[in-house]
Design a protein around this ligand. Structure first.
Ligand SMILES: N[C@@H](CCC(=O)N[C@@H](CS)C(=O)NCC(=O)O)C(=O)O
Length: 236
């Protein structure tokens, strides 16, 4: 059984999509990040970066004690290796997927996240910061659109690269983008949206967990302005 430490954000959805696609039994342990549950000492033991998602697998392939994994990209690779699904085993196929997975982890996710912060959450609206991230998101969508011109999925067959990327394109309007400007990406986006596992993730699983929005004063106090002292204080 996999324990999934989860909250219905783009990074959380990546893992519920995988688990639903693979049909692996799992249990959700909600981590309400707007309430600060990511700073609980027991959670920091498995996710020292005070971020969800994280997983604990109590039945790892090599047996022995449970294995915990944090960072959504690492979790997707772990689960793909555990199940033998959504990450090809041959050298070329595997690295095709890993490139696009890392592209998401280092680019699409963080840049969209900053975009969202400056455009939608920052109390002070800074035009330079908003423009920088809206443009970078636009560039990344352009890269995806080119890539998807002659294929159905980002890296060959449907893979963990698609599962990682899709959740960061769902709120494209919040990120100042028009999906109609990216017709190849739009075809992929609709294909992803209509997968039953993706639908379950967004329509059934996510809505069970609701908190205040990130810019609610109680949540903003916890989520924005974290420093090294935030983690240190939590470990006491
Ligand atoms: N690189 C990490 C990022 C995870 C992340 O940023 N999670 C956010 C929600 S999407 C979170 O837990 N935020 C809690 C906080 O900011 O304290 C991953 O991909 O797992």
């Amino acid at each position: 059984m996999i324990d999934l430490y989860y909250w219905p954000t783009p990074n959380g959805h990546k893992i519920s999509i995988f688990l639903e696609e693979a049909g692996l039994p799992y249990r959700i342990i909600p981590v309400n990040i707007g309430k600060g549950e990511q700073f609980e000492a027991s959670f920091l033991k498995i996710s020292p970066n005070n971020r969800m998602p994280a997983i604990v697998d109590d039945d790892p392939a090599e047996k022995g004690p449970p294995i915990s994994v944090f960072e959504s990209g690492a979790i997707l690779v772990y689960l793909a290796e555990k199940t033998g699904k959504f990450l090809p085993k041959d050298l070329r196929g595997r690295h095709e997927v890993l490139q696009w997975l890392f592209w998401q982890m280092g680019g699409l996710g963080p840049m969209s996240g900053q975009n969202n912060h400056f455009a939608n959450y920052a109390v002070e609206k800074i035009p330079y910061a908003i423009e920088r991230y809206v443009k970078e998101t636009n560039r990344l969508y352009g890269v995806m659109d080119q890539r998807l011109a002659d294929r159905e999925y980002l890296a060959g067959p449907y893979s963990i690269a698609d599962m990682a990327s899709y959740p960061w394109t769902v709120p494209y309007e919040r990120y100042g983008q028009n999906i109609d400007d990216f017709p190849n990406m739009k075809r992929w986006w609709l294909r992803m949206r209509d997968r039953p596992a993706v639908k379950r993730s967004y329509e059934e699983i996510g809505p069970k967990y609701r908190g205040v929005p990130a810019n609610h004063p109680d949540a903003a106090k916890i989520l924005f302005g974290q420093t090294a002292a935030s983690v240190k204080a939590a470990q006491r």
